[in-house]
Design a protein around this ligand. Structure first.
Ligand code: TRP
Length: 339
């Protein structure tokens, strides 16, 4: 065995809700696509449409989000030949594993999940029944997520801070299963990138759909310019020196700028650049980066059948990987042929 390097499996899921905004692009999509180009990793990226069902019960929205998010990742350069790119609901082994894990997961573990606890707390605060509008899907969400990860023996799972608890739960679940049935699962590790920029939105708070301050990724050039013009600034006049530290506009500019461009903009602030001019430059910078991808995105959206084909090819690859492990798991737990 000469010259082999250990290839790590890196897996991550993208919940298919809504349409991506600049914060998703800078904080998650762009770094993930860059990472997927490394030779040392075997990457699995999937559309977590079963997870999306927990929040969204509108059939047309479910379909539309899946399409838009698949088109976004492909337009931004995810290479489906190089990575395994699939849709969760195309992989029946994931759902099968979800049940097998469910039978070995303590209810008490799920009781401790932050997302579930927050939903209960909200009900209590509102004077409702604690279980009001809480589905078993929400309650069991971490088990589905554990199955996503364990089915592919992922070593590393890049996620946001809010998902770290889910990774701990996946490890707990895997450990318990391995303890009973032998070493079936790799214990996955959460990878939280501390360096990725948290992009502010129009009002300076973290860009988020729920704050209604997000700049969608796929605006037309005209709409993008208009949206950037709406970023809140202070009332300093042209010619007056401006601070960069508390400027959402500067933070957004910086996320797209090279170090030299950033330094030049910092100087322009000190020299009293007019807000309108700083916004125009921010628009031009972002638009230059997004324009080619925007064209690809529109072309892809016009041919949903092509995206479907890419996903079907991805599903074949993913199922080939999942099947052998599923066979071993079934055998190990006693779901076996009788003859
Ligand atoms: N729950 C994740 C989120 O909301 C999405 C997700 C689903 C995921 N399954 C996963 C992430 C498996 C990593 C691995 O961001």
């Amino acid at each position: 065995m000469t010259g082999t390097m250990t290839i790590k499996t890196v897996l991550t899921g993208i919940t298919t809700t809504g349409t991506p905004h600049l914060g998703n692009y800078v904080g998650a999509i762009k770094p993930a696509i860059e990472a997927s180009r490394s030779e040392a990793v075997d990457s699995c990226y999937f559309l977590a449409d079963y997870h999306a069902l927990i929040k969204c019960h509108e059939p047309e929205t479910v379909r539309r989000s899946t399409l838009e998010i698949a088109a976004s990742w492909l337009a931004l350069g995810l290479d489906p030949e190089r990575v395994t790119f699939y849709r969760q609901s195309d992989i029946p082994e994931i759902t099968e594993l979800t049940w097998l894990l469910t039978c070995h997961t303590a209810k008490g573990l799920m009781n401790r999940a932050h997302a579930y606890k927050a939903a209960v707390q909200e009900n209590v605060d509102a004077g409702e029944d604690p279980d009001f509008a809480i589905t078993m899907g929400l309650f069991c969400y971490p088990i589905l997520m554990a199955a996503d990860i364990l089915m592919f023996n992922a070593h590393q799972v890049p996620v946001g801070r809010d998902q770290v608890q889910h990774l701990e739960m996946a490890r707990d679940i895997a450990q318990r299963f391995n303890h009973h049935f032998g070493s079936l699962f790799v214990l996955p590790e959460a990878v939280v990138d501390e360096h990725v920029a948290v992009l502010p939105g129009h009002d300076g708070r973290k860009m988020s759909k729920s704050y209604n301050n997000a700049i969608p990724l796929w605006l037309s050039e005209k709409q993008l310019r208009k949206s950037i013009m709406k970023i809140v600034t202070n009332s300093l006049e042209p010619g007056e020196p401006k601070e960069t530290g508390d400027s959402a506009l500067f933070a957004i500019y910086s996320a797209f700028a090279t170090p030299d461009e950033r330094a030049a903009m910092r100087q322009a602030y000190a020299d009293g650049i007019a807000w309108g001019e700083a916004k125009q430059q921010t628009f031009e910078l972002i638009n230059a980066e997004l324009a080619p991808a925007r064209e690809r995105f529109e072309a892809l959206m016009a041919r949903p059948g092509d995206i479907e084909e890419v996903l079907q090819a991805g599903a074949r690859k993913a199922r080939e990987r999942a099947r052998p492990l599923m066979r071993r798991i079934r055998e190990a737990i006693g779901i076996r042929a009788l003859g």
